[in-house]
Ligand binder design. Structure first.
Ligand code: UD1
Ligand code: UDP
Length: 394
């Protein structure tokens, strides 16, 4: 049996790696040893609990206001000891966080093949998102197998001269996770949310956490929300707050106590996706939410100037609006009042996956290690790649 070591540390990685862990544990040819770095704590544990994953190792690296270098060095040192003991045949890292890149570097230096899930996303601006664009490019350099979610991400990698034979289009495993939880319709632990979702009122779901939005841009987001809540008293705004204290410092002075703004702690994944499903509009700077909401047919307004996920922008369900206060106000107002504009965006599209990414991932790893062969790739049915390249920024 080959020993595969998925390594993850933050909420979005946990959500996207959970279906891969499940598929690895079900495969006869693999032993799966799960390592979490603990880059996130509550937000990570919440996901592991939901998917019934008990990590074999937990580095518990989290520190209040952790620095990128502190996080990177602690993670690499911790992983190196685990590699020495476990000697995995391959590691799986996901996406573009510090955990992901630290895992890739630590494994590469030990001569362990790196499997990169969600490979090939590019905003083509090294400073935005920061540090994620750099992280994913660094990981690409040293990965042995690139699992690209879409044909566009494969094309991005090929343009950087990575070999087509080392790239497999799997779809994004976030859709595997989403399909598992969304049909369960889990109850909300807070009865107020159950009431809101059942009330038939229109809901605007808001999330924000991006590092480059912290500070003044995020205060602007808060001011735009305050104005919207005042102008739209019949609409409910729900904002699950990220655990990063910088987010609360920026937002709370602007929006705490407003009657139609519900602030919550990070929600369990099943509850959060139920709210996406019940929302009229999603306003976010998240990566994962840009992939999930289109699949549920919800218009997404993205508070960023660029995106590495242009597929749903090109499909018309996602719009980049930046963080300008007035533009946020106008864009949300338009979708709340202009039915034609709304209907144009509210289309369920699935460019990011079909729920079989983890199956393809396991097959591709089996091929890499000589114990199986890859299966048919995901067809994201994307037409014009140049059109999509134009959709990466505003
Ligand atoms: C990280 C990732 C980002 C990803 C995001 C998803 C990096 C550099 N950033 O950003 O790519 O989009 O996660 O949410 O890898 N905290 C807690 N408990 C938690 C989680 C966070 O207390 O469960 C606090 C800690 O004080 C921590 C701070 O939040 O210092 C920031 O966490 P960190 O992982 O450094 O950055 P994020 O902004 O969460
Ligand atoms: N999410 C969640 N609870 C919340 C907010 C988000 O489960 O309260 C999920 C969301 O569905 C998505 C992921 O967390 O799958 C996105 O995480 P985040 O926005 O923190 O990170 P990013 O995707 O931007 O890296």
């Amino acid at each position: 049996m080959k020993k595969i070591m998925p390594i993850y540390g933050t909420r979005p990685e946990a959500i996207k790696v959970a279906p891969i862990v499940k598929a690895l544990k079900e495969a006869d040819e693999f032993e799966c040893v799960v390592v979490v770095t603990g880059q996130h704590r509550e937000m990570l544990d919440q996901v592991n609990e939901l998917f019934g994953i008990t990590p074999d190792y937990d580095l518990d690296v989290i520190q209040p206001r952790q620095t990128l270098n502190g996080l990177l060095t602690k993670t690499i040192a911790g992983l190196d000891e685990i590699f020495e003991k476990e000697k995995p045949d391959a590691v799986v890292v996901q996406g573009d966080t510090t955990t992901s890149t630290a895992g890739a570097i630590a494994a590469f230096y030990r001569g362990i093949p790196v499997v990169h899930a969600e490979a090939g996303l590019r905003s083509y601006d090294i400073f935005s998102p920061f540090p994620e664009e750099a992280n994913r490019k660094l990981t690409s350099q040293i990965a042995s197998l690139h699992l690209a979610p879409t044909s566009l991400s494969k094309r991005n990698l090929e343009r950087e001269t990575f070999k087509g034979s080392d790239i497999v289009i799997t779809g994004n495993s976030v859709i595997d996770a989403l399909l598992t939880v969304v049909e369960k319709k889990v109850p909300f632990s807070d009865p107020k949310l159950e009431e809101l979702v059942s009330s038939g009122k229109r809901i605007v779901l808001v999330t924000t956490h991006r590092r480059e939005n912290q500070g003044e841009p995020m205060r602007g987001i808060g001011r735009a929300l305050a104005k919207l809540s005042n102008a739209e008293p019949d609409v409910e705004f729900i904002l699950p707050l990220h655990r990063n204290p910088a987010v609360r410092e920026a937002l709370l002075p602007e929006i705490d106590g407003l009657p139609n703004v519900t602030l919550t702690e990070p929600l369990a994944y099943g509850e959060f996706t139920r709210i996406i499903d019940a929302s009229t509009v999603v306003l976010t700077d998240s990566g994962g939410v840009q992939e999930e909401a289109p699949s549920l047919g919800k218009p997404v307004l993205v508070m960023r100037l660029n995106t590495e996920r242009p597929e749903a922008v090109a499909a018309g369900t996602v719009r980049l609006i930046g963080t300008d206060e007035k533009r946020i106000f106008d864009s949300v107002s338009e979708l709340l009042h202009d039915e034609a504009a709304y209907n144009e965006m509210a289309n369920a599209v699935n460019p990011y996956g079909d729920g079989k990414a983890s199956e393809r991932t396991v097959a591709a790893i089996a091929e890499l290690l000589g114990v199986g062969s890859r299966i048919e790739e995901f067809d994201s049915k994307l037409s014009d790649p140049d059109d999509m390249m134009r959709a990466t920024s505003i």
